[in-house]
Write a protein that binds this ligand. Structure first.
Ligand SMILES: *Cc1c(COP(=O)(O)O)cnc(C)c1O
Length: 237
């Protein structure tokens, strides 16, 4: 595929996603400008990030440090905001803090302290979201996310940490079942956290398969991969 063909394909994906966002906002009585679209570019090459930037996207999401770091370096000349959305190991938190602007996946205090170790980012603060698990307790293992009842304390800890800024909450819909009641529970947790932290408005929810339900439940940030970029395959360099 030529770069021109790929550009056309991405433009088509973007138009389709924007149309879905517009329809979902209309159905929910919300404004499109309340929604931030993050292109999740994992497994896709830096050239796709560049094409998406050319189409006007400014928010990019990645889920693996090994892949995100070189891609962010490749695209350092572009005016992009980098979102780290994947599971974060404590030993990677410092590295991620080096290029990420927003980390969506803070789900335990140790992670916060590891990131604080790297908090000297030339005066920039690292925005952190509390990842909240929407899975049933027995299915939580390995999927990431703090229990909803633990999320407010974790939010307090982020807000109190030097160099970190509490942005809000993030969640992934449960593997099976209806995303709507799960996203509604996330909205409750987000509201509870906002009572103590009114400056933390982000609700990161909604992927290619469930962006409508997320918008209905108040999501402010969508993390969209497949619907924008196509099915994931190995990176060919
Ligand atoms: C891959 C990924 C997405 C995007 O998923 P799609 O279904 O391809 O839109 C969103 N959030 C996280 C945390 C991801 O890992």
């Amino acid at each position: 595929m030529t770069p021109e063909e790929r550009r056309a394909e991405l433009a088509e994906g973007l138009a389709a996603v924007r149309a879905r966002i517009a329809a979902a906002c209309a159905a929910a009585g919300r404004e499109e400008r309340e929604i931030t679209l993050i292109a999740v570019t994992k497994t896709f090459p830096a050239s796709d990030v560049r094409l998406l930037a050319g189409l006007g996207l400014t928010e990019v999401g990645e889920n693996r440090d090994q892949e995100a770091r070189p891609k962010a370096a490749d695209c350092a000349d572009l005016p992009l905001t980098w979102h780290f959305v994947g599971r974060l190991q404590t030993n990677k938190a410092r590295a991620v803090a080096g290029y990420a602007d927003v980390v969506h996946s803070v789900d335990r205090p140790r992670l916060v302290r590891a990131a604080v170790g790297r908090a000297d980012r030339a005066g920039r603060t690292l925005r952190c979201l509390v990842q909240v698990s929407l899975d049933e307790t027995e299915r939580r293992e390995g999927r990431g996310g703090a229990a909803p009842e633990d999320a407010p304390a974790l939010a307090d800890e982020i807000a109190a940490a030097a160099g970190l800024e509490l942005g809000g909450v993030m969640a992934v819909a449960p593997l099976n079942g209806d995303p709507l009641p799960a996203f509604a529970r996330l909205a409750d947790t987000a509201a509870e956290i906002r009572r103590n932290h009114p400056g933390a408005p982000i609700v990161s929810a909604g992927m290619s398969g469930d962006l409508e339900q997320a918008i209905a439940c108040g999501a402010t940030h969508l993390r969209i991969g497949t619907a924008l970029l196509g099915g994931r395959r190995a990176i060919v360099r």
